[in-house]
Ligand binder design. Sequence first.
Ligand code: FAD
Length: 398
Amino acid sequence: MAEHIGVIGGGIVGIAVARALASRSIRVTVIEKEHRVAMHQTGHNSGVVHAGLYYAPGSLKARLCSAGREMTRDFCIDKNLPYREVGKTVVAVNAEEIVRLDQIEDRSRLNGVPGLRRMSAAEMREVEPHVAGVAAVHSPHTAVVDYASITEALADDVRKNGGEILLGQEVLRITQEIGKITVVTSSQEHRFDRLIVCAGLQSDVVAAMIGASPSPRILPFRGEYWGLDSSRQHLVNGMIYPVPDPRFPFLGVHFTRGVYDDVHVGPNAVPALAREGYKWSSISLKDSWGSLTWPGAPALAKQHWRMGAKEISASLFKPLYFREARRFVPELRMSDLVAKTAAGVRAQAWGRDGGLLDDFAVDQVGPVTLLRNAPSPAATSAMAIADYVLETYMAVKP
Ligand SMILES: Cc1cc2nc3c(=O)[nH]c(=O)nc-3n(C[C@H](O)[C@H](O)[C@H](O)COP(=O)(O)OP(=O)(O)OC[C@H]3O[C@@H](n4cnc5c(N)ncnc54)[C@H](O)[C@@H]3O)c2cc1C
Protein backbone atom coordinates (compact mmCIF):
# COMPACT_ATOMS: atom_id res chain seq x y z
CA MET A 1 0.00 0.00 0.00
CA ALA A 2 1.10 3.56 -0.67
CA GLU A 3 2.86 5.30 2.18
CA HIS A 4 0.72 7.70 4.27
CA ILE A 5 2.54 10.59 5.92
CA GLY A 6 1.13 12.69 8.75
CA VAL A 7 2.20 16.29 9.32
CA ILE A 8 1.53 17.95 12.68
CA GLY A 9 1.12 21.74 12.43
CA GLY A 10 -0.69 23.97 9.98
CA GLY A 11 1.75 26.86 10.02
CA ILE A 12 3.63 27.80 6.85
CA VAL A 13 6.30 25.13 7.40
CA GLY A 14 3.87 22.23 7.94
CA ILE A 15 1.68 23.29 5.03
CA ALA A 16 4.71 23.76 2.72
CA VAL A 17 5.95 20.27 3.68
CA ALA A 18 2.47 18.83 2.95
CA ARG A 19 2.35 20.62 -0.40
CA ALA A 20 5.75 19.24 -1.37
CA LEU A 21 4.57 15.71 -0.47
CA ALA A 22 1.20 16.03 -2.23
CA SER A 23 2.85 17.42 -5.38
CA ARG A 24 4.96 14.22 -5.48
CA SER A 25 1.73 12.15 -5.27
CA ILE A 26 2.47 11.04 -1.70
CA ARG A 27 -0.59 10.59 0.53
CA VAL A 28 -0.50 13.26 3.26
CA THR A 29 -2.71 14.42 6.13
CA VAL A 30 -2.04 17.61 8.11
CA ILE A 31 -3.35 17.85 11.67
CA GLU A 32 -3.77 21.36 13.09
CA LYS A 33 -5.26 22.22 16.48
CA GLU A 34 -6.67 25.61 15.50
CA HIS A 35 -9.71 26.19 13.27
CA ARG A 36 -7.62 27.92 10.58
CA VAL A 37 -4.11 27.52 9.25
CA ALA A 38 -1.43 30.13 10.11
CA MET A 39 -2.91 31.06 13.51
CA HIS A 40 0.39 31.30 15.41
CA GLN A 41 3.85 32.48 14.28
CA THR A 42 2.91 32.40 10.60
CA GLY A 43 -0.01 34.78 11.07
CA HIS A 44 1.75 37.05 13.60
CA ASN A 45 5.01 38.12 12.05
CA SER A 46 6.61 41.07 10.23
CA GLY A 47 5.78 39.74 6.77
CA VAL A 48 9.35 40.21 5.54
CA VAL A 49 10.86 38.04 2.81
CA HIS A 50 14.45 38.13 3.98
CA ALA A 51 17.27 38.23 1.45
CA GLY A 52 19.86 36.51 3.70
CA LEU A 53 21.92 39.37 5.13
CA TYR A 54 22.64 38.06 8.59
CA TYR A 55 23.08 34.30 8.53
CA ALA A 56 26.34 32.38 8.96
CA PRO A 57 27.52 31.45 5.43
CA GLY A 58 26.88 27.76 4.72
CA SER A 59 24.29 27.45 7.51
CA LEU A 60 20.84 26.04 6.77
CA LYS A 61 19.41 29.51 7.39
CA ALA A 62 21.71 31.05 4.76
CA ARG A 63 21.06 28.35 2.15
CA LEU A 64 17.35 27.87 2.65
CA CYS A 65 16.56 31.59 3.03
CA SER A 66 18.13 32.35 -0.33
CA ALA A 67 16.31 29.48 -2.10
CA GLY A 68 13.11 30.19 -0.15
CA ARG A 69 13.07 33.86 -1.15
CA GLU A 70 13.04 32.94 -4.83
CA MET A 71 10.40 30.23 -4.31
CA THR A 72 8.20 32.64 -2.35
CA ARG A 73 8.50 35.32 -5.03
CA ASP A 74 7.66 32.86 -7.83
CA PHE A 75 4.74 31.42 -5.84
CA CYS A 76 3.26 34.89 -5.17
CA ILE A 77 3.58 35.83 -8.85
CA ASP A 78 2.01 32.53 -9.90
CA LYS A 79 -0.91 32.83 -7.45
CA ASN A 80 -1.39 36.56 -7.91
CA LEU A 81 -0.61 37.29 -4.25
CA PRO A 82 0.96 40.61 -3.21
CA TYR A 83 4.78 40.65 -3.22
CA ARG A 84 6.43 44.06 -2.85
CA GLU A 85 10.17 44.59 -3.01
CA VAL A 86 10.24 47.66 -0.77
CA GLY A 87 13.93 47.16 0.07
CA LYS A 88 15.76 47.17 3.39
CA THR A 89 18.23 49.73 4.74
CA VAL A 90 20.38 48.62 7.69
CA VAL A 91 21.65 51.75 9.42
CA ALA A 92 24.75 52.22 11.59
CA VAL A 93 24.45 55.22 13.90
CA ASN A 94 28.00 55.31 15.31
CA ALA A 95 31.57 54.08 14.78
CA GLU A 96 31.06 50.95 16.89
CA GLU A 97 28.11 49.93 14.72
CA ILE A 98 30.16 50.48 11.55
CA VAL A 99 32.36 47.52 12.53
CA ARG A 100 29.25 45.33 12.81
CA LEU A 101 27.82 46.77 9.61
CA ASP A 102 31.06 45.71 7.86
CA GLN A 103 30.52 42.17 9.14
CA ILE A 104 26.93 42.14 7.87
CA GLU A 105 28.11 43.40 4.49
CA ASP A 106 30.74 40.61 4.31
CA ARG A 107 28.17 37.95 5.26
CA SER A 108 25.65 39.32 2.80
CA ARG A 109 28.19 39.11 -0.02
CA LEU A 110 29.14 35.53 0.94
CA ASN A 111 25.43 34.64 1.07
CA GLY A 112 24.90 36.11 -2.41
CA VAL A 113 22.34 38.74 -1.35
CA PRO A 114 21.24 40.20 -4.70
CA GLY A 115 21.85 43.89 -5.44
CA LEU A 116 23.46 44.65 -2.06
CA ARG A 117 24.94 48.16 -1.87
CA ARG A 118 27.05 49.92 0.74
CA MET A 119 25.83 53.49 1.22
CA SER A 120 27.30 56.68 2.66
CA ALA A 121 25.08 58.85 4.86
CA ALA A 122 24.17 60.98 1.83
CA GLU A 123 23.32 57.94 -0.36
CA MET A 124 21.27 56.48 2.49
CA ARG A 125 19.14 59.63 2.61
CA GLU A 126 18.36 59.30 -1.10
CA VAL A 127 16.69 55.97 -0.29
CA GLU A 128 15.28 56.86 3.16
CA PRO A 129 15.30 60.68 3.53
CA HIS A 130 14.25 60.72 7.20
CA VAL A 131 16.96 58.41 8.51
CA ALA A 132 19.97 59.56 10.51
CA GLY A 133 23.10 57.45 10.56
CA VAL A 134 26.72 57.36 9.49
CA ALA A 135 26.55 54.51 6.95
CA ALA A 136 24.19 51.81 5.75
CA VAL A 137 23.80 48.76 3.56
CA HIS A 138 20.81 48.49 1.25
CA SER A 139 19.17 45.28 0.09
CA PRO A 140 16.77 46.30 -2.70
CA HIS A 141 15.17 42.86 -3.10
CA THR A 142 14.07 42.37 0.50
CA ALA A 143 10.29 42.17 0.14
CA VAL A 144 7.05 42.14 2.09
CA VAL A 145 4.19 39.66 1.77
CA ASP A 146 1.16 38.34 3.65
CA TYR A 147 2.28 34.97 5.03
CA ALA A 148 -1.23 33.96 6.17
CA SER A 149 -2.54 34.33 2.58
CA ILE A 150 0.48 32.47 1.22
CA THR A 151 -0.22 29.61 3.66
CA GLU A 152 -3.89 29.50 2.60
CA ALA A 153 -2.79 29.28 -1.05
CA LEU A 154 -0.28 26.53 -0.24
CA ALA A 155 -3.10 24.70 1.59
CA ASP A 156 -5.30 24.97 -1.53
CA ASP A 157 -2.53 23.24 -3.49
CA VAL A 158 -2.35 20.46 -0.87
CA ARG A 159 -6.09 19.80 -1.24
CA LYS A 160 -5.97 20.04 -5.06
CA ASN A 161 -3.29 17.36 -5.09
CA GLY A 162 -5.33 15.00 -2.91
CA GLY A 163 -3.88 15.90 0.53
CA GLU A 164 -6.06 16.36 3.60
CA ILE A 165 -5.93 19.20 6.15
CA LEU A 166 -7.76 18.47 9.39
CA LEU A 167 -8.44 21.56 11.50
CA GLY A 168 -9.49 21.84 15.14
CA GLN A 169 -7.75 18.60 16.18
CA GLU A 170 -5.11 18.88 18.86
CA VAL A 171 -2.57 16.07 18.94
CA LEU A 172 -2.60 14.70 22.49
CA ARG A 173 -0.69 11.41 22.25
CA ILE A 174 1.49 9.50 19.81
CA THR A 175 2.25 5.79 20.00
CA GLN A 176 4.47 3.63 17.80
CA GLU A 177 4.37 -0.04 16.89
CA ILE A 178 6.49 -1.69 14.21
CA GLY A 179 5.71 -0.01 10.93
CA LYS A 180 2.83 2.17 12.25
CA ILE A 181 2.42 5.42 14.16
CA THR A 182 -0.85 6.21 15.89
CA VAL A 183 -1.69 9.85 16.50
CA VAL A 184 -4.49 10.48 18.99
CA THR A 185 -6.15 13.88 18.70
CA SER A 186 -8.89 15.62 20.64
CA SER A 187 -11.52 13.96 18.39
CA GLN A 188 -10.00 11.08 16.36
CA GLU A 189 -7.23 8.54 15.99
CA HIS A 190 -5.04 8.45 12.86
CA ARG A 191 -2.52 5.90 11.62
CA PHE A 192 0.53 6.85 9.57
CA ASP A 193 3.67 5.25 8.19
CA ARG A 194 5.74 8.34 8.95
CA LEU A 195 5.23 11.61 10.74
CA ILE A 196 6.71 15.09 10.28
CA VAL A 197 6.30 17.43 13.23
CA CYS A 198 6.20 21.17 12.45
CA ALA A 199 4.55 22.30 15.68
CA GLY A 200 6.36 25.64 16.16
CA LEU A 201 5.88 26.84 19.74
CA GLN A 202 4.83 23.31 20.79
CA SER A 203 7.58 21.42 18.97
CA ASP A 204 9.29 20.22 22.18
CA VAL A 205 5.92 19.23 23.70
CA VAL A 206 5.12 17.07 20.65
CA ALA A 207 8.71 15.73 20.62
CA ALA A 208 8.20 14.53 24.19
CA MET A 209 5.14 12.53 23.02
CA ILE A 210 7.42 10.28 20.97
CA GLY A 211 10.07 10.07 23.67
CA ALA A 212 12.56 12.35 21.88
CA SER A 213 15.14 14.32 23.85
CA PRO A 214 13.62 17.17 25.87
CA SER A 215 16.45 19.35 24.56
CA PRO A 216 16.20 21.76 22.89
CA ARG A 217 13.27 23.26 24.76
CA ILE A 218 11.21 26.06 23.24
CA LEU A 219 11.61 29.44 24.90
CA PRO A 220 8.76 31.69 23.76
CA PHE A 221 9.77 35.30 23.02
CA ARG A 222 6.99 37.77 22.34
CA GLY A 223 7.51 40.53 19.77
CA GLU A 224 5.25 43.56 20.16
CA TYR A 225 4.50 46.11 17.42
CA TRP A 226 3.35 49.69 17.39
CA GLY A 227 1.61 51.23 14.40
CA LEU A 228 2.89 54.48 12.88
CA ASP A 229 0.25 57.23 12.70
CA SER A 230 -1.13 57.50 9.16
CA SER A 231 -0.12 61.19 8.91
CA ARG A 232 3.54 60.24 9.59
CA GLN A 233 3.98 57.21 7.35
CA HIS A 234 5.98 59.30 4.87
CA LEU A 235 8.91 58.94 7.33
CA VAL A 236 9.50 55.41 6.01
CA ASN A 237 9.79 54.31 2.37
CA GLY A 238 10.67 50.64 2.78
CA MET A 239 12.27 48.92 5.75
CA ILE A 240 14.68 50.60 8.16
CA TYR A 241 16.62 48.29 10.47
CA PRO A 242 19.25 48.88 13.14
CA VAL A 243 22.53 46.95 13.05
CA PRO A 244 21.64 43.90 15.18
CA ASP A 245 23.53 42.92 18.32
CA PRO A 246 25.29 39.66 17.34
CA ARG A 247 24.95 38.30 20.90
CA PHE A 248 21.19 38.20 20.52
CA PRO A 249 19.20 36.19 17.90
CA PHE A 250 16.69 38.98 17.15
CA LEU A 251 17.09 41.92 14.79
CA GLY A 252 16.08 44.86 17.00
CA VAL A 253 13.10 47.22 16.71
CA HIS A 254 12.71 48.28 13.07
CA PHE A 255 10.33 50.08 10.73
CA THR A 256 8.55 48.08 8.03
CA ARG A 257 6.24 49.31 5.29
CA GLY A 258 3.93 46.30 5.06
CA VAL A 259 2.42 44.71 2.01
CA TYR A 260 -0.85 46.65 2.50
CA ASP A 261 1.13 49.93 2.83
CA ASP A 262 0.76 50.32 6.60
CA VAL A 263 3.98 51.05 8.53
CA HIS A 264 4.67 49.13 11.73
CA VAL A 265 7.41 49.58 14.29
CA GLY A 266 8.85 46.56 16.10
CA PRO A 267 9.04 43.82 17.12
CA ASN A 268 10.84 43.94 20.45
CA ALA A 269 11.70 40.65 22.18
CA VAL A 270 10.39 39.94 25.67
CA PRO A 271 10.04 36.55 27.35
CA ALA A 272 6.43 35.38 26.91
CA LEU A 273 4.81 33.92 30.05
CA ALA A 274 2.97 31.32 27.94
CA ARG A 275 3.90 29.58 24.68
CA GLU A 276 0.97 31.26 22.96
CA GLY A 277 0.99 34.30 25.24
CA TYR A 278 0.29 37.34 23.08
CA LYS A 279 -0.08 39.72 26.07
CA TRP A 280 1.57 40.14 29.49
CA SER A 281 -1.72 38.92 30.99
CA SER A 282 -1.51 35.53 29.17
CA ILE A 283 0.24 33.42 31.76
CA SER A 284 0.79 29.66 31.82
CA LEU A 285 2.27 28.52 35.12
CA LYS A 286 3.31 25.25 33.43
CA ASP A 287 5.23 27.02 30.62
CA SER A 288 6.79 29.64 32.91
CA TRP A 289 7.80 27.06 35.52
CA GLY A 290 9.25 24.85 32.76
CA SER A 291 11.42 27.74 31.52
CA LEU A 292 12.55 28.81 35.00
CA THR A 293 13.60 25.30 35.99
CA TRP A 294 15.33 24.42 32.69
CA PRO A 295 19.01 23.61 33.35
CA GLY A 296 20.13 26.40 31.00
CA ALA A 297 18.09 29.12 32.76
CA PRO A 298 20.86 30.45 35.06
CA ALA A 299 23.38 30.64 32.18
CA LEU A 300 20.90 32.44 29.92
CA ALA A 301 19.92 34.87 32.68
CA LYS A 302 23.60 35.59 33.42
CA GLN A 303 24.41 36.25 29.78
CA HIS A 304 21.34 38.24 28.75
CA TRP A 305 19.89 39.87 31.93
CA ARG A 306 20.91 43.36 30.83
CA MET A 307 19.31 43.03 27.39
CA GLY A 308 16.27 41.29 28.97
CA ALA A 309 15.74 44.10 31.48
CA LYS A 310 16.03 46.70 28.70
CA GLU A 311 13.49 44.93 26.49
CA ILE A 312 11.00 44.36 29.32
CA SER A 313 11.24 48.03 30.42
CA ALA A 314 10.66 49.19 26.84
CA SER A 315 7.63 46.89 26.59
CA LEU A 316 6.10 48.33 29.75
CA PHE A 317 7.07 52.01 29.22
CA LYS A 318 6.32 53.54 25.83
CA PRO A 319 8.97 56.33 26.19
CA LEU A 320 11.71 53.68 26.31
CA TYR A 321 10.37 51.86 23.22
CA PHE A 322 10.10 55.23 21.48
CA ARG A 323 13.71 56.11 22.41
CA GLU A 324 14.94 52.89 20.72
CA ALA A 325 12.97 53.62 17.54
CA ARG A 326 13.99 57.29 17.39
CA ARG A 327 17.72 56.46 17.39
CA PHE A 328 17.75 56.27 13.61
CA VAL A 329 14.58 58.23 12.71
CA PRO A 330 15.07 61.44 14.75
CA GLU A 331 11.94 63.17 13.42
CA LEU A 332 9.81 60.50 15.11
CA ARG A 333 7.55 61.87 17.88
CA MET A 334 6.16 59.79 20.69
CA SER A 335 2.59 60.50 19.54
CA ASP A 336 3.49 58.96 16.14
CA LEU A 337 3.49 55.51 17.74
CA VAL A 338 -0.14 54.46 17.85
CA ALA A 339 -2.15 51.41 18.88
CA LYS A 340 0.12 48.76 20.30
CA THR A 341 -2.11 45.94 19.15
CA ALA A 342 -0.24 43.34 17.16
CA ALA A 343 2.16 40.85 18.71
CA GLY A 344 3.68 37.52 17.77
CA VAL A 345 5.44 34.87 19.81
CA ARG A 346 8.67 33.39 18.46
CA ALA A 347 9.52 29.73 19.05
CA GLN A 348 13.20 29.95 19.93
CA ALA A 349 14.97 26.66 20.71
CA TRP A 350 17.12 26.66 23.81
CA GLY A 351 19.75 24.10 24.82
CA ARG A 352 20.49 22.65 28.25
CA ASP A 353 23.59 24.82 28.43
CA GLY A 354 21.48 27.99 28.15
CA GLY A 355 22.53 28.67 24.54
CA LEU A 356 19.89 29.86 22.07
CA LEU A 357 20.11 27.74 18.90
CA ASP A 358 20.99 29.88 15.94
CA ASP A 359 20.38 27.61 12.97
CA PHE A 360 17.31 25.66 11.84
CA ALA A 361 17.38 22.25 13.54
CA VAL A 362 15.82 18.94 12.48
CA ASP A 363 15.89 15.63 14.42
CA GLN A 364 14.98 12.16 13.20
CA VAL A 365 13.63 9.59 15.67
CA GLY A 366 12.74 6.36 13.82
CA PRO A 367 9.94 7.23 11.40
CA VAL A 368 9.36 10.67 12.94
CA THR A 369 11.05 13.83 11.61
CA LEU A 370 10.96 16.73 14.06
CA LEU A 371 11.55 20.38 13.18
CA ARG A 372 12.97 21.56 16.47
CA ASN A 373 14.04 25.09 15.60
CA ALA A 374 12.34 27.04 12.82
CA PRO A 375 12.51 30.71 13.85
CA SER A 376 12.92 33.65 11.45
CA PRO A 377 13.61 33.43 8.50
CA ALA A 378 11.58 30.17 8.44
CA ALA A 379 8.55 31.87 6.87
CA THR A 380 10.76 33.12 4.02
CA SER A 381 12.44 29.70 3.80
CA ALA A 382 9.37 27.45 4.25
CA MET A 383 9.21 26.02 0.72
CA ALA A 384 12.97 25.39 0.69
CA ILE A 385 12.78 23.81 4.18
CA ALA A 386 10.08 21.50 2.80
CA ASP A 387 12.30 20.35 -0.09
CA TYR A 388 15.28 19.96 2.26
CA VAL A 389 13.26 17.78 4.67
CA LEU A 390 11.95 15.61 1.85
CA GLU A 391 15.33 15.18 0.18
CA THR A 392 17.27 14.60 3.42
CA TYR A 393 14.87 12.58 5.56
CA MET A 394 12.18 11.04 3.34
CA ALA A 395 14.76 9.38 1.09
CA VAL A 396 15.86 7.20 4.03
CA LYS A 397 13.75 4.14 4.93
CA PRO A 398 12.49 4.44 8.55
C1 FAD B 1 7.14 38.53 15.86
C2 FAD B 1 7.66 37.66 14.76
C3 FAD B 1 8.19 38.22 13.60
C4 FAD B 1 8.69 37.40 12.58
N1 FAD B 1 9.06 37.97 11.38
C5 FAD B 1 9.42 37.15 10.36
C6 FAD B 1 9.67 37.69 9.08
O1 FAD B 1 9.48 38.89 8.84
N2 FAD B 1 10.09 36.86 8.09
C7 FAD B 1 10.28 35.52 8.32
O2 FAD B 1 10.71 34.81 7.41
N3 FAD B 1 10.00 34.98 9.52
C8 FAD B 1 9.55 35.76 10.52
N4 FAD B 1 9.22 35.21 11.73
C9 FAD B 1 9.37 33.77 11.92
C10 FAD B 1 8.25 32.98 11.24
O3 FAD B 1 6.99 33.56 11.51
C11 FAD B 1 8.31 31.55 11.74
O4 FAD B 1 9.63 31.09 11.63
C12 FAD B 1 7.39 30.64 10.92
O5 FAD B 1 6.09 31.17 10.85
C13 FAD B 1 7.38 29.27 11.54
O6 FAD B 1 6.34 28.52 10.92
P1 FAD B 1 5.88 27.15 11.57
O7 FAD B 1 4.93 26.53 10.65
O8 FAD B 1 7.10 26.38 11.98
O9 FAD B 1 5.20 27.57 12.98
P2 FAD B 1 3.75 28.10 13.31
O10 FAD B 1 3.28 29.10 12.34
O11 FAD B 1 3.78 28.54 14.74
O12 FAD B 1 2.83 26.81 13.15
C14 FAD B 1 2.87 25.73 14.03
C15 FAD B 1 1.47 25.14 14.08
O13 FAD B 1 1.48 23.91 14.83
C16 FAD B 1 0.23 23.82 15.47
N5 FAD B 1 0.34 22.88 16.60
C17 FAD B 1 1.19 22.97 17.65
N6 FAD B 1 0.98 21.94 18.50
C18 FAD B 1 -0.01 21.18 17.96
C19 FAD B 1 -0.67 20.01 18.39
N7 FAD B 1 -0.38 19.39 19.56
N8 FAD B 1 -1.65 19.50 17.60
C20 FAD B 1 -1.97 20.09 16.42
N9 FAD B 1 -1.39 21.23 15.99
C21 FAD B 1 -0.40 21.77 16.73
C22 FAD B 1 -0.02 25.25 15.94
O14 FAD B 1 -1.38 25.49 16.25
C23 FAD B 1 0.48 26.06 14.77
O15 FAD B 1 -0.54 26.41 13.87
C24 FAD B 1 8.70 36.00 12.75
C25 FAD B 1 8.15 35.43 13.91
C26 FAD B 1 7.59 36.24 14.89
C27 FAD B 1 6.91 35.61 16.05
